[in-house]
Design a protein around this ligand. Structure first.
Ligand code: PLP
Ligand code: COI
Length: 340
């Protein structure tokens, strides 16, 4: 693959694509220990055809962003939380967790080494960072690998879901995760399973689909790549409480921001047939940031939230506050940002 040059990039029209930047971090686990990571220019990986990850999906990943501040410096947003979640995901997949300190070192090194590719302040674009880890021992039986590769690459991105434009969603008849399955882990298989339901939704003209709880199909779970929220007509922020969704770092941050904004936020079970109580709704995640849901179609009935064309005022306020903190325009009273 050819390396991306700065001149190839239009900061205002980046989309959510992979660009082969100059540097990534790589480390291996063998002989019972992590060998010590380093930066490399090689964007390819070499492993045996029988690698555990290829056949049995022993892989976990993370996603976080680096933000260019107004003063030209760079912010990371809660990278310690990604390091912790990756340890939890690894434990669920019976993988050798990557030490949190090393994770942070790797992320910082990759951002610094590729810093000219961090989009300028004011474009709304960011540098997306993708740490991941996989089992690479050659195995035929289903068993945890003995050897692992940990890697971190980065790519400049616009927003995953465009700006604050509300989009139409539908409720999927498929499940994203199983009860007591791997829904709380950020692991490849959850996303492979979401490809078909997502395609079916798109074919019907929706931006994507929303999943229900896999045990009863009664409560809202989450989107394929973001958590869900609804804001009631009297201004309460609600987000699903569920054991089969990814614990979103954006969600936990927004719960605090919403509290500060007087929105009395709660995590609670949200019956899908009660969406009428919401005046506004949205998706939240690192890639999605905050993306308004214009409408939700369930069993052929379309529920329109605030508007199909304009973001609601509380969604706008949450977005401005969260993004303001991330990019360093607003005070960071919780100490969430790490300055580079
Ligand atoms: N839910 C799923 C399934 C995701 O893939 C993501 C993205 O990471 C999220 C939620 C949001 O999590 P976070 O806010 O930590 O990015
Ligand atoms: C993220 O938001 O970081 C994710 O990993 C979501 C993915 C679907 C792009």
């Amino acid at each position: 693959m050819t390396k991306t040059k700065l001149s190839d990039l239009d900061w205002n029209n980046l989309g959510f694509h992979y660009h082969d930047l100059p540097y990534r971090w790589t480390d291996t686990f063998k002989d019972g220990k992590w060998q010590g990571g380093h930066l490399t220019q090689d964007s390819t990986l070499t492993f045996n055809e029988a690698a555990e990850e290829l056949h049995y999906g022993q892989e976990v990943f993370e996603g976080l962003k680096a933000y260019r501040r107004k003063d030209g410096g760079v912010n990371l947003f809660r990278p310690d939380q990604n390091a912790k979640r990756m340890v939890n995901s690894a434990k669920r997949l019976l993988m050798e967790p990557y030490p949190e300190e090393e994770f942070l070192k790797a992320v910082k090194a990759v951002v610094k080494a590729n810093q000219e590719f961090i989009p300028p302040y004011g474009t709304g674009a960011t540098l997306y960072i993708r740490p991941f880890m996989m089992g690479v021992s050659p195995l035929t039986g289903v068993a945890p690998a003995e050897n692992y590769i940990f890697r971190v690459y980065a790519t400049p991105v616009g927003s995953y879901v465009k700006g604050l434009k509300p989009m139409p969603y539908t409720v999927s008849e498929y499940d994203r995760a199983a009860p007591f399955g791997t829904g709380q882990a950020k692991t490849a298989g959850n996303y492979a399973g979401s490809l078909l339901p997502s395609l079916l939704a798109k074919k019907e003209g929706f931006a994507d689909c929303l999943y229900l709880d896999p045990a009863q199909h009664k409560y809202i779970d989450e989107f394929g790549g973001a958590n869900f929220y609804g804001i009631t007509k009297d201004g309460q922020f609600q987000t699903p409480k569920s054991d089969s969704i990814l614990p979103s770092i954006t969600k936990y941050s927004i719960l605090k921001v919403a509290k500060d904004l007087g929105m009395n936020p709660i995590e609670t079970k949200i019956p899908v047939d009660e969406v009428d109580k919401f005046e506004e709704a949205g998706a939240m995640g690192t890639a999605a940031v905050i993306s308004p849901v214009g409408s939700l179609t369930y069993k052929g009935k379309k529920h329109i939230f605030h508007s199909e064309t304009e973001a609601g005022p509380l969604t706008q306020k949450l977005y401005n506050t969260l993004f303001g903190i991330q990019v360093g325009d607003l005070p960071d009273k919780y100490g969430w940002t790490v300055q580079l």
